[in-house]
Design a protein around this ligand. Structure first.
Ligand SMILES: Nc1ncnc2c1ncn2[C@@H]1O[C@H](COP(=O)(O)OP(=O)(O)OP(=O)(O)O)[C@@H](O)[C@H]1O
Ligand SMILES: [Mg+2]
Length: 355
């Protein structure tokens, strides 16, 4: 049977069916059998509406150009694509905020963009999603943009535009963070390594001092800057980059708990693609297997996980319950085409299927 894989990130734009991830996972053995999941009760709509989450981090715009290819260029041995349709999606921290708003929560977004068309589009997308966006415009940088040209359901090329934000913009973001953060119930720092979280350690300290939980989607190999966070949500590749590869579930558990202790984290949530997720807390490890029925597009699932975790914690859920709900929301998102958010009704339906 032929199987097509789809390797674009952020939201499916093509009906490509995929059942397994590429072999990027560092560990070979299968996970331990999941424990029976605790029953999860989604917070009441009103509680979600009252829950306020501040998302700070790297935002990007995903742009798709769809074209027809019928000839090779006379200038160089490349196809000529005649563009017929364009599509845009909010990516990175903007996608996290969008996921929170889709579940009915109050989401604010704090980030740096350029003074350009991509920033205008991102602003509009956030407004349409009901996200309160604070996008600091800098004339010194271009908004991070990932542009794809697609033809016949294939990606021909991806073009990335990005610059690190300038010091002045970073200082403005930090000052606004200090002003906004006390008004929110939880903080999510979405680190895509593009520079907006240069002051991450100070942001964590300030939130801790104010009694707000900080959830972080990490990047890079040195996690010491994330010390004191309530939760880190690496995927398998990201965790392996920070703690080295593991061989089997026992070694993984030992490494995960060692990192949690070393960084003084409330918990560590490892997202494991088709294996679901594992939550490492003081003296406790919980597993949730994936709830996805069918998988069409996995990109952006990590944004759904951290957004849902943040919203649930802000609405008063405990760790295990928040993880269960986040896993269900991720299962909804990976089985969808064209959009990477889960609505409250879809979440309820997914959880009721587990009963
Ligand atoms: N192939 C898959 N099959 C079933 N469920 C999946 C699959 N991929 C992801 N999921 C669900 O989504 C969650 C998050 O996925 P993953 O671990 O791939 O995060 P990620 O690598 O950070 O994603 P991204 O960076 O693309 O947003 C998983 O814990 C699982 O619940
Ligand atoms: Mg991720």
């Amino acid at each position: 049977m032929s199987r097509t894989t789809f390797t674009q990130r952020k939201n499916a734009v093509l009906p490509v069916h995929r059942r397994s991830m590429p072999a990027s996972a560092p560990e070979a053995p299968p996970p331990a059998p999941p424990k029976a999941p605790a029953k999860a009760r989604v917070p009441a709509r009103q509680d979600l509406q009252n829950a306020k989450v501040l998302v700070v981090g790297d935002v990007m715009l995903d742009r798709y150009w769809f074209g027809e290819v019928s000839r090779i260029s006379p200038e160089a041995p490349v196809p000529v694509a005649k563009i017929g349709k364009t599509d845009h999606r909010a990516g990175g921290a903007a996608n996290v905020a969008r996921n929170i708003a889709a579940l009915g929560g109050k989401a604010a977004l704090l980030a740096v963009v350029g003074e350009d068309e991509a920033a205008d589009i991102l602003d509009k997308l956030m407004e349409n999603s009901g996200v309160d966006a604070h996008l600091h415009r800098s004339t010194d940088i271009a908004t991070t943009l990932k542009m794809r040209v697609l033809a016949r359901h294939q990606q021909l090329i991806r073009l990335d535009f990005e610059n690190r934000p300038d010091t002045e913009s970073l200082n403005r973001v930090y000052q606004q963070y200090l002003a906004l953060m006390p008004q929110y119930d939880a903080v999510i720092l979405s680190d895509y390594g593009k520079g907006v979280l240069t002051h991450v350690a100070a942001m964590i300290q300030a939130a801790r001092a104010a009694g707000k939980p900080v959830l972080i989607d990490p990047k890079g190999s040195d996690y010491r800057k994330y010390r004191g966070a309530a939760l880190l949500t690496p995927n398998r590749t990201e965790l392996a980059e920070a703690v080295g590869a593991w061989c089997g579930e026992d070694e993984l558990e030992q490494k995960a708990h060692a990192l949690r202790r070393e960084l003084d984290l409330g918990a560590l949530l490892l997202t494991r693609s088709e294996e679901g997720m594992s939550l490492y807390r003081e003296g406790q490890t919980d597993h949730q297997s994936t709830r996805a029925q069918e998988v069409f597009d996995v990109s952006g699932a990590g944004d759904t996980v951290i957004g849902t975790m943040g919203l649930c914690l802000a609405a008063g859920c405990g760790w295990a319950e928040a993880m269960h709900i986040a896993n269900a929301a991720a299962g909804v998102v990976v089985s969808k085409l064209g959009t990477a958010v889960c609505s409250l009704d879809e979440l309820h339906a997914a959880l009721s299927r587990e009963d």
